[in-house]
Design a protein around this ligand. Structure first.
Ligand SMILES: Nc1nc2c(c(=O)[nH]1)N[C@H]1C(S)=C(S)[C@@H](COP(=O)(O)OP(=O)(O)OC[C@H]3O[C@@H](n4cnc5c(=O)[nH]c(N)nc54)[C@H](O)[C@@H]3O)O[C@H]1N2
Ligand SMILES: Nc1nc2c(c(=O)[nH]1)N[C@H]1C(S)=C(S)[C@@H](COP(=O)(O)OP(=O)(O)OC[C@H]3O[C@@H](n4cnc5c(=O)[nH]c(N)nc54)[C@H](O)[C@@H]3O)O[C@H]1N2
Ligand SMILES: [Mo]
Length: 619
């Protein structure tokens, strides 16, 4: 990764002419985009709408929450976000979902409020997570078997007539079909599959039944785990239905946020947008918006069904966030042109022909944050808060509206430009709600207005316990458990999660945070460690089932807080770019060991926990 500094003029000219040449030769579909974050929405709209490519793939959908959203849409017709009323609930129910290490500040506040208010917490996790540490029931489940666990709970509730019959009668569709189809999932059968006591599954079911409908079945967030995840997410939505936990205090309650903000988007492409890889292959009918990453990679590498030769990466680090680095690198190497817009030299920037420095979040206007305080206050207030720059951009950094517009001009789209500046974009959006930047500044940066009571079950809510459309497309109509491969002899499943101190890989060059935590020790079960002759603090490398060895090493953390069949590290460590001076080679990059790609059939999203490793003691 050696760089030559050039002027913005030359950089923009090069990006514009290279992308234009690719569109001329291969059509708009010859460009792929990998976006993430608020600054990527405007250029994404340009490439998707105006230039016209389907080949846009967000790791934050396809390796994160896309499955959750489409599985809930196939069940209750709406994506769930994280709309559970944790602050007012009687029972919090988490599958994975390690809040406390997963630090979403607003969610944490609601979660802690719930615990303060006396909610019981059920945490299903193979590891003693920060949430498990606060739980009343910790289910130390065998990884990948959660759907069996959920089906057994539902079956128990149904068989023992402890479900919410009134709700099911009024809002359920296909309930009898599901009840019949999951009959086999007795407590004993699930206990064996999930490697947890039958009595514990019963205890959880009884706790939910005793407190329904005021229970918070959390939909989770990062759910791309094993390639069987659509079914688990369907099961979660159905369990919420079995308990009737919609629209009432402590249940699944979509907040009523402010309305009216206008949209700023690029105009739609005239004529049909060609080259939808998913439709051409007739697969993944429940894909989240965009195109599944592996379809783009395969097309780019093979040139079939068509070549993809230009790549725009904007705030995504696909080296560390898409399984099989080897494939991602092959895809990038065959491109005629790769441009990257970033704020730091992370691993992906090593593969760019041109690297453009984006404004950091303190130097720019940003997306407008809106929300409600319905779960804290009786009066249900709403807020509208555009993020505003604190300081002028340093080091010649430019904002995303400027960069996109300048490239668009050079590609021949000057007449389509929707807004000229960030301020114009924000003012346009605010105008929809009869507000402006000037007014919000006068209100000290946050506009607060009266809100609406979010409680109440929508009359037309339908919970599809069985979904016939799924069956028509070749998927199970009812939530179904699909077993995954278990760790081969001598290997452990590689699990990963969030460090409470860090944000993905983004904070690995932050001196304060690295002073707090600059390594990611591997969690090893104490009994397993004894068998392997490993001690706390030993240095180890990892080798996976395909013989891929970690580039770096880490220390061992010996603990009873992880199952014997798994090991655990934090995601975001082990950067390979030496220019990321503080993070370089610190800890192990989980993604480098995720070489086997598991694809969720309904969505095309990628499972990330289906790889196995051996620990190799250094020396
Ligand atoms: N500090 C910090 N917080 C963040 C982020 C960050 O980068 N840093 N990123 C944010 C983002 S984008 C997301 S999506 C979220 C992700 O955070 P979550 O949505 O909470 O992620 P999960 O994968 O549900 O949770 C990880 C937990 O799953 C457990 N687990 C592993 N395998 C299994 C299994 O088979 N079954 C069960 N039941 N549990 C399993 C692991 O042991 C681990 O404790 O975090 C968000 N919050
Ligand atoms: N192996 C593995 N893969 C995962 C996960 C995992 O835990 N392990 N988690 C999954 C999840 S939940 C998610 S959401 C995705 C996220 O995956 P990505 O979307 O790839 O997100 P990040 O890893 O945060 O990479 C963000 C990139 O944007 C850059 N960046 C930071 N701030 C800015 C900015 O203001 N402007 C611009 N232009 N760039 C910026 C960073 O320097 C970095 O290069 O990864 C998924 N993939
Ligand atoms: Mo995520």
């Amino acid at each position: 990764p050696k760089w030559q500094r050039i002027s913005w003029e030359e950089a923009l000219d090069t990006c514009g002419s290279k992308l234009k040449a690719i569109v001329e030769q291969h059509g708009p579909k010859g460009i792929a985009m990998f976006p993430h974050g608020s600054t990527a929405t405007y250029p994404m709209s340009f490439l998707e709408h105006t230039v016209g490519t389907h080949n846009v793939s967000e790791a934050s959908f396809f390796q994160c929450r896309g499955i959750r959203d489409t599985a809930y849409m196939a069940t209750i017709d709406t994506p769930p976000n994280e709309d559970v009323d944790m602050a007012n609930t009687k029972v919090l129910f988490f599958i994975g979902n390690h809040l406390g290490e997963n630090v979403h500040v607003s969610h944490l506040k609601r979660y802690l409020k719930g615990l303060e208010n006396g909610a019981k917490l059920v945490v299903v996790d193979p590891r003693y997570s920060a949430s498990a540490a606060k739980s009343h029931i910790w289910v130390q489940i065998r990884p990948g078997t959660d759907t069996a666990f959920l089906l057994a709970i539902m079956n128990y509730l149904i068989q023992n007539k402890k479900y919410n019959a009134e709700f099911v009668e009024k809002h359920g569709e296909g309930f009898a079909e599901m009840a019949e189809g999951i009959k086999q999932w007795t407590l004993e059968k699930a206990a064996q599959e999930c490697d947890v006591p039958a009595a514990q599954i019963k205890e959880v079911a009884e706790l939910l039944a005793a407190n329904m409908p005021n229970v918070a079945i959390h939909p989770g967030r990062h759910v791309s785990w094993y390639g069987n995840d659509f079914q688990r997410q369907r099961a979660l939505a159905c369990l919420t239905g079995v308990l009737g936990a919609f629209g009432v205090k402590g249940a699944f309650v979509p907040p009523k946020g402010p309305k009216g903000l206008a949209k700023v988007a690029w105009p739609k492409h005239e004529g049909e947008v060609e080259g939808n890889l998913r439709e051409m292959a007739g697969v993944h009918h429940y894909s989240p918006p965009g195109t599944p990453t592996d379809l783009i990679r395969d097309a780019a590498i093979t040139g079939k069904p068509y070549p993809i030769k230009g790549c725009v990466i904007w705030g995504q680090n696909p080296i560390q966030t898409i399984p099989s680095q080897e494939k991602t690198i092959k895809m990038l190497e065959q491109m005629d042109f790769v441009m990257c817009v970033d704020v730091m030299p992370t691993d992906i920037t090593m593969f760019a022909d041109i690297l453009l420095p984006d404004c950091s979040y303190l130097e720019r206007y940003d997306m407008i944050k809106t929300g409600t305080q319905w779960d804290f206050a009786e009066e249900h207030k709403q807020y509208i808060a555009p993020r505003m720059p604190l300081v002028a951009p340093g080091f010649e950094r430019k904002d995303s509206i400027y960069i996109t517009n300048e490239i668009a001009k050079r590609m021949g789209y000057e007449d389509k430009i929707p807004v000229k500046t960030q301020e114009e974009a924000i003012d346009k959006m605010l105008a929809g709600a009869k507000l402006s930047i000037a007014q919000i500044k006068a209100e000290d940066g946050i506009h607060i207005q009266p809100g609406a009571d979010p409680y109440g079950v929508k009359e037309d809510l339908v919970v599809k316990f069985a979904n016939e459309e799924l069956k028509d497309n070749g998927y199970p109509a009812i939530p179904t458990y699909i077993p995954v491969e278990r760790a081969p002899q001598g290997y452990c499943r590689l699990l990963y999660g969030r460090s409470p101190v860090h944000t993905f890989n983004r904070s690995q060059n932050n001196a304060w945070l690295m002073a707090e935590m600059d390594d990611s020790p591997v969690w090893v079960n104490d009994k397993l460690a004894a068998k392997l002759g490993l001690k706390e603090g030993d240095t180890v490398a990892m080798v996976n089932q395909d013989g891929v060895k970690s580039r770096t090493t880490t220390k061992v953390k010996v603990t009873p807080g992880i199952r014997e069949d798994s090991v655990y590290i934090y995601h975001g460590f082990g950067s390979m770019n030496p220019e990321l001076t503080l993070g370089y080679n610190k800890g192990i990059d989980d993604c480098s060991l995720i070489t086997k790609v598991a694809v969720d059939p309904e969505t095309g999203a990628h499972g990330m926990r289906n790889n196995f490793v051996k620990l190799v003691k250094v020396g």
